[in-house]
Design a protein around this ligand. Structure first.
Ligand SMILES: [Zn+2]
Length: 209
């Protein structure tokens, strides 16, 4: 099951980029969620003293606790004791449910319910890991030349970049609505703004000499 694989193993995602399909490797989503919490969960449970100084991502923590609770409840529902780390518990749950279903010990509705629950886990983890972030770019728009625009909350820079994991940033001008959506565009804008950029990449795209 693809969701189980993404949750428990290192897996590859093919993303479309300007240069064609590219492989992006991901660590197990469970590991990423645990890392996002900000402290190792096993450390937290041992009550280590540096705990207080490390910021904890409360959303990640609540998603992790909810995930553990659901995995444990389902394990008990298929008469297994929840033991081992969370990835192993998910693997055990999936395997046990499949075995039980094949041997007639689990009805189709229950198996479908479980599959629906497992399918809901990756997107809920992605919500914590991969919020698209918006950053203002300092400088003037290469198209209309405007630097700042007024908004109800005060002035802001006209150019804003929306950054998303595994995708080219999308830059939009709030003044003239020009949009740049490829890696090459982003490099071009960065060069225009004299931002620190990868010079080799610029040369490759023929933007800088
Ligand atoms: Zn503009």
């Amino acid at each position: 099951m693809e969701a189980v694989k993404q949750l428990t193993t290192r897996w590859v995602l093919i993303v479309d980029t300007d240069e064609g399909p590219t492989q992006v490797w991901h660590d197990p989503l469970v590991d990423q969620l645990q890392a996002a919490v900000g402290v190792s969960v096993s450390d937290a449970r041992r009550g280590r003293s540096e705990l207080a100084s490390i910021p904890i991502n409360l959303l990640a923590l609540s998603r992790l606790e909810r995930l553990e609770a659901e995995v444990n409840a389902w394990l008990r529902a298929v008469s297994r004791t929840p033991v081992g780390d969370l990835k192993n518990r998910i693997l055990t749950l999936n395997q046990t449910a499949d075995d039980l279903y094949r041997s007639g010990g689990l009805d189709v509705d229950t198996r479908d319910d479980l599959h629906a629950v497992i399918l809901s886990w990756p997107p809920r983890i992605w919500e914590v890991l991969d919020p698209s972030t918006v950053k203002e770019l300092l400088g003037s728009c290469p198209t209309c030349g405007v630097e700042k625009i007024s908004t109800p909350d005060g002035d802001r820079w006209a150019l804003r970049a929306q950054l998303q994991d595994g995708k080219a940033p999308i830059v939009e001008c709030g003044a003239c609505s020009a949009v740049w959506a490829t890696t090459e565009d982003f490099l071009r804008i960065s060069y225009h703004l004299r931002a620190t950029v990868d010079v080799d990449a610029l040369r490759e795209f023929g933007i800088a000499a």
